[in-house]
Design a protein around this ligand. Structure first.
Ligand SMILES: Cc1cc2nc3c(=O)[nH]c(=O)nc-3n(C[C@H](O)[C@H](O)[C@H](O)COP(=O)(O)OP(=O)(O)OC[C@H]3O[C@@H](n4cnc5c(N)ncnc54)[C@H](O)[C@@H]3O)c2cc1C
Length: 459
């Protein structure tokens, strides 16, 4: 337990800010992206460099405070903050350095994907990430990283070359294909279980302008459209990426007013290569039935990555559940159609993110992320600004998930989980769990880093 005056002790070995409950910034500093999360940590330390992270880890260990690691603060379960512990807040560590000759990008542990997209775009380079630019590099990467470039260039972890990481004993080590290989294996999917990553080194790819945007159909056609999509997408060239979504059309000028607040299903495209080729290759899907809306055009990659940012500002109430999905049988199509028609609020949604193509090439044993035989990572998301609707969004997401889960491949992408217990975590890592537990025992035998989808140290 920390003693009185302990904050002063910490401040003397620390360059960033130390925030406790008496600090005027305390309430804003403890907030995370999900407005449903309301936790009161003992201290929040805003690190400015690796030395600060080392000081914070040592201080938490010496004073018996549980640490939570905050990258972008986007975790649905709110794992970037904890009750009565010490938050190691990396939001001041957002530096990005691009090496265009080597085609690599080095990123500090608290950067967001918007930081990386911006820096890389100037050199025509991008790292596969997610679909919203305000998401943190830290949490997304360490869990796997599923997004617009997954089919062509793999998951984010498939492009992670090295990390600098502060371990539970306060030492900073590098993990890569040459150094601490076991740790390198574990951080590629094992989340924040092994330490605080102060710096990520990524392989980047030539991505500049892409052909992107949504094609939407009426919600009543969900089953037919999803059947066609589930046959079309896995057979499409890897340059073609499109995630399936059920959504309510937002009342914004980008959509015709007669569609505002109408429930729809659709595909959100992000295609690489020449525009004419992408148009031709997506035509069999885009011309299916009678779409009610389409915006399919060339845009800079960072614009695609930030397309949904204004729709989902921080502070909304979020509840989600996910599964890995191999195929979508007729029974599942009917259930999707039923739950899609019952979307409980305008911001609630269901997404199926493709993880085939290049994401299928690594073997399940190559790194902690296991599910290399699934075609999609699904997420059912209940979202609303008003906490009074929490019961509705939670009930809808749970019921939808309960009904669809029997048709899934099992497990869930850890970044689409709430706190769902050890069985779900084990189902996610499958055969890799034992090795992860052994590596956890080696690097963090006391389970110091436990505010995460926790891997328990092997006995
Ligand atoms: C709107 C929205 C859209 C999303 N879209 C996608 C998507 O398209 N694809 C996708 O793959 N995921 C997506 N996600 C899920 C996202 O990957 C997770 O929520 C992830 O945990 C967010 O990372 P963060 O750093 O922002 O989170 P935080 O809440 O800051 O951290 C979450 C956990 O990650 C770990 N962590 C974070 N940074 C570090 C670090 N530097 N070192 C060690 N551990 C660290 C810690 O264990 C921490 O508890 C989305 C989330 C939201 C809210």
């Amino acid at each position: 337990m920390s003693s009185p005056g302990a904050n002063t002790q910490l401040q003397t070995r620390f360059r960033g800010e130390v925030i406790d409950a008496s600090h005027p910034a305390y309430d804003s500093a403890r907030k995370v992206y999900n407005g449903m999360i309301d936790r009161r940590p003992r201290l929040i330390v805003r690190c400015v460099d690796a030395a600060d992270v080392i000081a914070a880890v040592n201080y938490a260990r010496e004073s018996g405070l549980k640490p939570a690691i905050r990258g972008g603060g986007h975790n649905g379960a709110g794992l970037g903050v904890c009750e009565d512990g010490l938050v190691i807040d990396l939001s001041r560590m957002r530096g990005v350095h691009v090496d265009p000759a080597a085609r690599t990008i080095r990123v500090e542990g608290g950067a967001t994907w918007g930081d990386v997209d911006h820096a890389g775009h100037a050199f025509g380079l991008a790292v596969p990430s997610g679909t919203i630019s305000t998401t943190g590099v830290g949490g997304l990467t360490l869990g796997g990283g599923v997004g617009h470039l997954s089919r062509k260039y793999g998951l984010t972890v498939d492009n992670l070359l090295a990390v600098d990481i502060v371990l539970a004993d306060g030492s900073l080590v590098t993990a890569s294909a040459d150094k601490n290989q076991d740790l390198y294996w574990a951080v590629r999917g094992g989340g924040g279980n092994f330490g605080v990553v102060t710096s990520f080194l990524f392989r980047a790819h030539p991505v500049h302008t892409v052909l992107a945007g949504p094609t939407l159909w009426p919600i009543e056609q969900t089953a037919e459209v999803l059947r066609h999509y589930s046959e079309f997408l896995p057979a499409a060239p890897e340059d073609i990426n499109g995630f399936f979504a059920v959504l309510t059309v937002p009342p914004v000028p980008q959509f015709p007013s007669h569609l505002h607040l109408k429930k729809t299903c659709g595909v959100v495209w992000c295609c690489l290569g020449p525009a004419e080729k992408a148009e031709k290759e997506t035509a069999p899907m885009r011309s299916f039935g009678k779409p009610v809306f389409e915006h399919f055009g060339s845009m800079p990659f960072p614009a695609v990555q930030s397309m949904f940012d204004p729709l989902y500002p921080p502070g909304l109430q979020w509840y989600w559940k996910g599964d890995f999905v191999k195929e979508i049988p007729d029974e599942a199509l009917a259930l999707h159609a039923r739950h899609a028609a019952a979307l409980p609020t305008p911001l609630s949604s269901m997404h199926l993110y493709p993880i085939d193509g290049a994401a299928h090439r690594p073997r399940s044993s190559d790194m902690a992320f296991h599910f290399r035989d699934a075609n999609w990572a699904s997420v059912i998301v209940g979202v609303d600004p008003d906490p009074r609707n929490n019961d509705r969004i939670i009930e809808w997401a749970r019921k939808y998930w309960d009904d669809l889960h029997p048709y899934s491949a099992g497990g869930s992408y850890v970044n689409f989980m709430m706190e769902e217990g050890q069985e779900r975590i084990k189902a996610t890592y499958r055969d890799n769990y034992g090795r992860l537990a052994a590596i956890k025992q080696k690097y963090d035998p006391g389970n110091f880093f436990c505010v995460n989808q926790n891997i328990r140290p092997a006995a």
